[in-house]
Design a protein around this ligand. Structure first.
Ligand code: HEM
Length: 289
């Protein structure tokens, strides 16, 4: 079983007998499998779109893939950097289940070690590619360049620290940084899911119209990675504790997680499996030929 299969990440599985406790376990499973499928499809979308097999390739490296003349060093860096970013980003969203599997960690240590080396390298290169694009061309708005720059720095730090602590056999610290790294990788997907969910379910209140940015456009630049980091910290710091004790607290946790789960499930389907979805419009066209 995978660790993320449970709301008690990193602990031995408690004996959960009561109804809310069982529901909590099912909610944990739902989140795990939703990430498994959703991130798997996200990674497939990146590969297919980047390979030019869908409606349109990514704009960011248009000149390179279209074979147009690239006239400056900074444009070479931007195009090649973002290309490396797409390749390594796909590795990051596809390979995590191997690393988080406690079974593979225990029984196939070499697989865990080698996947870990590839993963850390992909984290550092995806961050380097993203940052090189930010420094040479800039993200779609300056505020996004700043937020993505911070996100990239945290992701690269997490990758480097996870590796350093694994080499030094400090496995508690290795685990903590690996969880932070996964939380940052999750952000790349949550960014699209949160925007879609807010537009559909809250009418997009706070988003700017046309080319203008509203307060939520700015907030969204941090809401896709800061909350994940806080949740990761909560799990890391409560490793040896039962997270919910009393019956009432368990029921509250079930209701809160079920509500988040419903929105999460809705957003995954809307983005991935509809013709108006950011990935869906590429993937459905690819499937229907
Ligand atoms: C961790 C996994 C990541 C994945 C899977 C990923 C994936 C992607 C994808 C698919 C795009 C194209 C988006 C689009 O045009 O719709 C993109 C763009 C971009 N990513 Fe990432 N990314 C990741 C992490 C990061 C990080 C940590 C940074 C920060 C350095 C970053 C910086 C950027 C930038 C600057 C762009 C271009 C944005 C623009 O054109 O305005 N990414 N990424």
């Amino acid at each position: 079983m995978n660790e993320l299969d449970s709301p008690y990440i990193g602990q031995s599985q408690p004996q959960l007998g009561s109804a809310p406790a069982r529901l909590l376990r099912w909610t944990g499973r739902f989140f795990y499998y939703a990430c498994l499928v959703g991130l798997g499809v996200f990674g497939t979308y990146i590969i297919l779109r980047g390979a030019g097999s869908t409606l349109s390739n990514f704009d960011q490296w248009h000149d390179l893939v279209a074979g147009l003349p690239i006239r400056s060093v900074s444009e070479w860096i931007a195009n090649l950097g973002i290309g490396m970013h797409f390749v390594c980003g796909a590795v990051l969203v596809l390979a995590w289940p191997i690393l988080l599997s406690s079974r593979i960690r225990a029984r196939h240590r070499a697989v865990h070690r080698w996947t870990g080396r590839v993963y850390v390298t992909a984290g550092l290169l995806a961050g380097t590619g993203g940052l090189s694009f930010i420094f040479t061309r800039g993200a779609y708005v300056q505020s996004a360049s700043i937020a993505f720059g911070i996100w990239g720095a945290v992701m690269m730090l997490s990758a480097a620290m996870a590796y350093v602590h694994a080499r030094a056999k400090r496995f508690d610290l290795h685990r903590a940084w690996a969880i932070r790294l996964f939380a940052m990788v999750l952000g790349s997907w949550l960014f699209d899911l949160e925007i879609r969910a807010w537009k559909d379910l809250a009418g997009g209140i706070g988003f700017g119209k046309g080319d203008t940015s509203g307060p939520l456009d700015y907030a969204m630049l941090y809401l896709f990675f800061v909350p994940n980091l806080l949740v990761a910290e909560f799990f890391i710091r409560n490793k040896h504790r039962r997270l919910v004790q009393s019956g009432n607290a368990k029921w509250s946790a079930v209701v809160a997680l079920a509500a988040v789960g419903l929105i999460f499930g809705y957003a995954i389907v809307a983005v991935t499996a509809t013709h108006t979805g950011k990935y869906g419009k590429h993937l459905l066209q690819f499937i229907s030929g």
